[in-house]
Design a protein around this ligand. Structure first.
Ligand code: PLP
Length: 313
């Protein structure tokens, strides 16, 4: 591929058969989003959100881009913002890996880290901090990935159709983690419109709000707890998460995710991040209980290189 800009290399990521992990009835396939230029799925949404905001005249030259991020959207925004000459300010929780923080800064962003003790109702929670910053900076634009419908649209228009074509429509299950919900809602909606029999499964870390809400329709504040896994789950419900698309949510622990992440390296030669490990763990759990042959597509949102310092040597 020869192209005039790094931005043209976003999307069209490979889908790889996980030959050594496909057992019995289950054929596993992984969509490798680490092949995007900032090594995660978030390049897709940031590129789309900025293009749409520019087209609608909401984003104009000279504005500062602001966003709350667990690190991947931040890296994408820092890179794309720099290419398009917008200054970028990012807020992120304390648990964000050093690698992701270094990457956001390397692309030129101003990164503000919320204290570790912050909970969802505090004014310095990273999501609230981004909103406050946006309100105080008149010439700024907040992407608002957690509630912006363009996040879902990016996956509905691009990620979903790519998967459908790469699998020639032969898909029985889609497994993806959810934070903003953009990926699972956009891809899931597209696939279900093509074939309503496709089941959409979301792994959710213990401590996240989504499992309880999906199962009971209620938020149990006493179940919301810190966990280490980055980019999966949330401490409040995001508007981009459409639960009507989801068929089941499987709870996972940090250990499940990190163990599966290292298993992927040795078994399949794929060094993906912790949320990919969580999704792979959920796929293996499903594979063990399948009664008939099925194709399971798993989304691997980012690269394991973003979490090197948290891995045991
Ligand atoms: C590593 C990782 N995995 C999964 C997700 C979930 O994607 P979404 O926000 O589309 O639900 C994110 C989002 O930040 C992420 O950074």
């Amino acid at each position: 591929m020869k192209t005039s800009s790094i931005l043209n290399t976003i999307g069209n990521t490979p889908l790889v058969a996980l030959k050594n992990s496909s057992t019995g009835n289950a054929n596993l396939f992984a969509k490798l989003e680490m092949f995007n230029p900032t090594y995660s799925i978030k390049d897709r949404i940031v590129s789309y959100l900025i293009d749409e905001a520019e087209k609608q005249g909401l984003l104009i030259p000279g504005m500062t881009l602001i966003e709350a991020t667990s690190g991947n959207t931040g890296a994408a925004l820092a890179m794309i913002g720099a290419q398009k000459k917008y200054p970028v300010i990012l807020t992120t929780p304390a648990k964000t890996s050093p690698e992701k923080i270094i990457l956001m800064k390397a692309y030129g962003a101003d990164v503000r880290i919320s204290p570790a003790s912050t909970t969802k109702n505090d004014s310095n929670h990273y999501v609230t901090a981004a909103k406050t910053l946006h309100q105080s900076l008149p010439h700024s634009f907040l992407l608002d990935q957690y509630n912006n419908p363009a996040n879902i649209a990016a996956h509905y228009r691009f990620t979903g159709p790519e998967i459908w074509e790469q699998m020639h429509g032969k898909i029985d299950y889609l497994i993806a983690c959810g934070s903003s919900g953009g990926t699972i809602t956009g891809v899931g909606r597209f696939l279900k419109e093509r074939n309503p029999h496709i089941k959409i499964i979301m792994p959710d870390p213990i401590g996240s709000v989504y499992y309880d809400y999906f199962k009971t329709g209620k938020i149990h504040d006493n179940h919301i707890k810190p966990y280490k896994l980055e980019g999966a789950g949330k401490d409040s419900i995001c508007q981009c998460m459409d639960f009507s698309i989801i068929d089941d949510i499987i709870q996972i622990t940090d250990e499940n995710a990190y163990h599966a992440m290292t298993q992927l390296v040795t078994q399949e030669g794929i060094f993906a991040g912790g949320s990919s490990g969580a999704a792979f763990y959920a796929a293996c759990t499903l594979a063990n209980i399948l009664k008939k042959p099925a194709n399971i597509v798993i989304i691997f949102p980012d690269s394991g290189l973003k979490y090197l310092s948290s891995l045991k040597q």
